[in-house]
Design a protein around this ligand. Structure first.
Ligand SMILES: CC(C)(COP(=O)(O)OP(=O)(O)OC[C@H]1O[C@@H](n2cnc3c(N)ncnc32)[C@H](O)[C@@H]1OP(=O)(O)O)[C@@H](O)C(=O)NCCC(=O)NCCS
Length: 199
């Protein structure tokens, strides 16, 4: 059902939109992968072949997908990078190096019992600030409740103050701050906030 702003949130990604989601993902998060020397085409292909689209929510406006939100709980993970996908883009040593660095930094296990994690959320850069992100997160909160989770968590890098404010407005509170120290050098941020909302 569409909300007052004409935004509809779908659980199933409309057919043929995998590439579009991968492009939106890369537009929003590609800069994080710069230090791994993954170019845009390689990045989009890796994302398209890695994402578990059945673990996402999709915001549509005028029949166009304009944003997504991915979940992570148990062994279900929207951003599910796999070595074979990297191997399609890089030589064996190149794939091994990039894959091991990347998976070392991906937030891992969910330790809090009954918790679901927002793995990633992004909106088309031309349509930000129009309530699409809010709609996606509110829908995620409502779905998480229906699924019986007790809390919902996400992480936000410390240079993304606007996103942090948005999450605070939606009831998330900072649970801890993780400083990446030397590991984040040159990445444009120093660490991330882990934020949680009880349901
Ligand atoms: C964060 C994001 C998903 C929010 O979606 P959105 O549709 O712009 O959000 P809404 O319109 O519902 O809410 C607007 C609020 O989002 C926050 N926001 C964060 N980044 C923003 C951006 N680039 N443009 C506009 N709003 C942004 C602000 O708090 C804004 O509130 P304000 O207008 O009072 O400053 C979206 O801006 C985005 O895709 N950013 C890039 C990817 C990203 O940072 N993802 C989050 C990683 S934790």
């Amino acid at each position: 059902m569409k909300n007052a702003k004409g935004i509809e949130v779908l659980k199933d990604l409309p057919e043929g939109e995998n590439q579009r989601i991968a492009e939106l993902f890369w537009e929003a998060f590609g800069s994080k992968y710069k230090s791994l020397y993954i170019n845009k085409d390689q990045g989009i292909a890796i994302v398209r072949d890695s994402l578990r689209f059945d673990q996402g929510l999709y915001a549509c406006l005028s029949n166009r997908v304009v944003g997504f939100l991915g979940f992570h709980y148990g062994s279900h993970r929207f951003t599910d990078f796999r070595f074979d996908v990297f191997r399609r883009q890089f030589s064996l040593p190149g794939a091994l190096l990039r894959f091991s660095i990347l998976t070392t930094f991906l937030p891992g296990r969910i330790k809090e019992p009954g918790e679901i994690r927002i793995d990633s959320v992004a909106v088309d850069s031309e349509l930000r600030g129009k309530g699409i992100g809010t709609t996606l997160i509110e829908e995620a909160i409502s779905l998480a409740k229906k699924m019986g989770f007790r809390s919902i968590r996400l992480e936000v890098i410390d240079s993304n103050e606007r996103a942090k404010k948005l999450y605070e407005r939606l009831g998330f509170k900072t649970a801890k701050y993780v400083n990446f120290g030397i590991l984040a050098r040159g990445a444009g941020f120093s660490g991330e906030y882990v934020m949680r909302r009880y349901l």
